[in-house]
Design a protein around this ligand. Structure first.
Ligand SMILES: Nc1ncnc2c1ncn2[C@@H]1O[C@H](COP(=O)(O)OP(=O)(O)OP(=O)(O)O)[C@@H](O)[C@H]1O
Length: 294
């Protein structure tokens, strides 16, 4: 990609005393991308993000945001919206006062009413933060990311504690941010959310990238899986399959479409019902499970 990166991390190292938490990490995030920084517990995601956000100083290496040092807060901060895991709003402020405060701190132009509508808290505008439910608090945290449609948005575990409607609404709001040109950096332990939405993924383990690339690039080395139940009377399968103890069959394949076609043709010709048939590409979960075993 030829455009100037929004985030440019080059050989980042972070040490806590003797402990080397981030090791020679390099990556770029380009304008308009949704980049997911994922990884095992303690991999170094938060440390990396805190450095990009300007909260932490690198032990060595360079980090550039919009071509500038993230420590240059006056230049960089108004251009980013950061949804933390806990925004720490004052419990005595109302929702409306909290959003207004976000606006003042963010130095971006917007209206409190628009943001309240996006986070679906218009009806709670006069409610104190201390009286919000967990999911409502999380939506208020999200206001920091959408206020004034920042050019760069950090979403740290954005959907934790949200019900399905609130999740869908949050992702709709993220889609809208992207339509308006925002670049998004996401961390989440809900891998299917990253798999569905990320343009690229950096998968961290023990301070460095285990893999980095598109979902297709991350999953291509692992087989896809076809699973189904067969009656005991079924003739021999046309594919090599593993039989699980509960009577389910599993086919691991690097040629999902071809093998599925063969299997369905065989079932049709032999009038066999493939009960509970399930076929799908490799999931990010499988890539995660493979960490440490390769
Ligand atoms: N202030 C600190 N002092 C010492 N060690 C730290 C400090 N902050 C983080 N670490 C260690 O650095 C490593 C990376 O931590 P970090 O919080 O960046 O990981 P993470 O990928 O965000 O993990 P998780 O998914 O569990 O939140 C961990 O082993 C952690 O214990």
């Amino acid at each position: 990609m030829s455009s100037t990166p929004v985030i440019d991390v080059e050989r980042l190292n972070l040490k806590y005393g003797d402990f080397h938490a981030v090791k020679d990490l390099s990556f770029q995030v380009h304008p308009g991308e949704l980049y997911a920084l994922l990884g095992t517990n303690g991999a170094g995601k938060t440390s990396t993000l805190e450095t990009i956000e300007g909260h932490r100083v690198a032990t060595s290496g360079t980090v550039r945001v919009f071509g500038q040092s993230p420590r240059d807060r006056r230049a960089v901060r108004p251009r980013m919206g950061i949804m933390l895991q806990e925004s720490g709003f004052s419990p005595d402020l109302t929702v409306k006062e909290s959003v207004r405060l976000i606006g003042t701190l963010a130095q971006r132009t917007d209206t409190v009413e628009r943001v309240l509508a996006i986070i679906d808290l218009t009806r709670k505008a006069g409610t104190k933060v201390s009286q919000l439910s967990g999911g409502e608090k999380r939506r208020l945290d999200f206001a920091t990311a959408v206020y004034g449609t920042p050019e760069l948005v950090f979403l740290d575990e954005p959907t934790t504690g949200l019900d399905i409607q609130s999740r869908d609404a949050l992702w709709d709001a993220v889609d809208k941010l992207r339509e308006d040109g925002s670049t998004i950096v996401l961390t989440t332990h809900y891998l299917e959310e990253a798999q569905q939405r990320a343009d690229r993924i950096g998968l961290m383990h023990q301070g460095t990238f285990h893999k980095e690339g598109t979902v297709a690039e991350l999953t291509q080395t692992l087989p896809a899986v076809i699973s189904f139940d067969l009656p005991a009377s079924a003739p021999a399968l046309p594919l090599q399959a593993m039989r699980e103890t509960d009577g389910k069959f599993l086919v691991e394949t690097h040629h999902l479409q071809k093998d599925l076609y063969t299997l369905l043709g065989w079932a049709q010709n032999n009038a066999v019902e493939l009960r509970g048939l399930n076929a799908g590409p490799t999931r990010l979960d499988d890539v995660f499970r493979s960490i440490g075993s390769e």
